[in-house]
Design a protein around this ligand. Structure first.
Ligand code: SF4
Length: 328
């Protein structure tokens, strides 16, 4: 459980600016991100706290169980030794092609294009892997793809690639999309959730010209489906970007079947395809978010009987020894 935060004067002043024009500027949001000091938190050294004023403004700061608050406020449970490692899947060695580039499947390649995020999710499974030594280089990535003709899809991930400048995002997408073997460039980003103003008309139009861009994001709770999100996703979809969602199953946040069904229906209404629900990986520091497998199965059964196929995601686990996502 989170402690109720003691907001700094700076944070209180920032959160009062929701009607100001700069609130809609994604770079202002990044420059004014709130940190542990703004919430009176002192014990999150293992993984820093950072949250956009926008996302923090969605939280009920008087409720320690608030589903938004729990996703960004460090909890005392993170410090408990749960016996797990930061890299149980051996991401740093296993399947590595070059620093920040890995290939687990013949048709796909993943590159860590950035190692920072606008908001650090407390349940992040890469929390122990976000350092600059693991940032991929574009030239190395292009060479690696060209050397592997079976690769037809590239995932640009992080960290969050979408907090880089427009020109940098477009430079990477353009270089990869230009390769004839590539059918899809996936941008893996939480910005539609925590920084929807990032999806400006100008960026969306530039990305849409490549006709290969899929945006893969992570909504976890219906409270995240705000008017700002609705406007951003409409810009993306109307210009031809395809948007899909991968939720993480989080205890006490979205493991109630009605909450998850409401999220999936809300995503479909906004033309976001609910794609996967991931069972929380066994990573050090996030055990308090993990749900028993029996609860995941009950959730799956509820969704199958309450949602049509287009709104119903697969409930899966990412097992290190498997060569595909494993259905629960
Ligand atoms: S945005 Fe993604 S990489 Fe960044 S903290 Fe959240 S889950 Fe981790």
């Amino acid at each position: 459980m989170c402690h109720l935060p003691k907001l700094s004067e700076r944070a209180q002043a920032l959160l009062r600016q929701q009607a100001a024009p700069e609130w809609q500027d994604w770079q202002w949001q990044l420059a004014h991100a709130l940190t542990a000091d703004d919430f009176g938190v002192t014990d999150c050294a293992a993984f820093p706290m950072r949250v956009t004023p926008y996302y923090a403004s969605l939280a009920d700061l008087t409720n320690p169980e608030d589903p938004i608050l729990r996703q960004f406020l460090a909890a005392p449970e993170e410090g408990i030794d749960d016996g797990f490692s930061a890299d149980p899947f051996g991401e740093t060695a296993h399947a590595a092609v070059a620093p920040g580039i890995k290939q687990r499947y013949a048709d796909r390649m993943l590159a860590m294009m950035n190692v920072t995020c606008s908001t650090y999710c407390r349940h992040c499974t890469r929390r122990g892997l976000l350092d600059t030594a693991r940032r991929a280089q574009l030239e190395t990535l292009v060479e690696a793809i060209q050397a592997r003709p079976t690769v037809r899809e590239v995932l640009l991930s992080g960290g969050d690639p979408l907090i880089l400048p427009d020109d940098e995002v477009v430079r990477w997408v353009e270089a990869i999309a230009a390769l004839p073997q590539i059918d899809a460039v996936r941008l893996c980003t939480r910005t539609p959730v925590v920084l929807p103003m990032r999806w400006t008309e100008a960026l969306v139009k530039r990305l849409a010209t490549f006709e290969k861009v899929w945006v893969q994001t992570q909504f976890n709770h219906p409270k995240e489906l705000t008017p700002a999100v609705e406007a951003a996703v409409a810009r993306m979809v109307n210009h031809g970007l395809l948007v899909s969602n991968q939720s993480v199953l989080l205890r006490g946040i979205n493991d109630d079947p009605e909450v998850m069904a409401s999220l999936c229906a809300g995503l479909q209404r906004r033309r976001i395809r609910p794609y996967y629900i991931f069972v929380c990986d066994p990573i050090a520091g996030i055990s308090h978010f993990r749900t028993p497998l029996a609860d995941a199965k009950r959730l799956r059964d509820y969704l199958l009987t309450h949602l049509g196929g287009l709104a119903c995601p697969r409930v899966v686990a990412d097992l290190p020894e498997a060569n595909h996502k494993t259905d629960i």
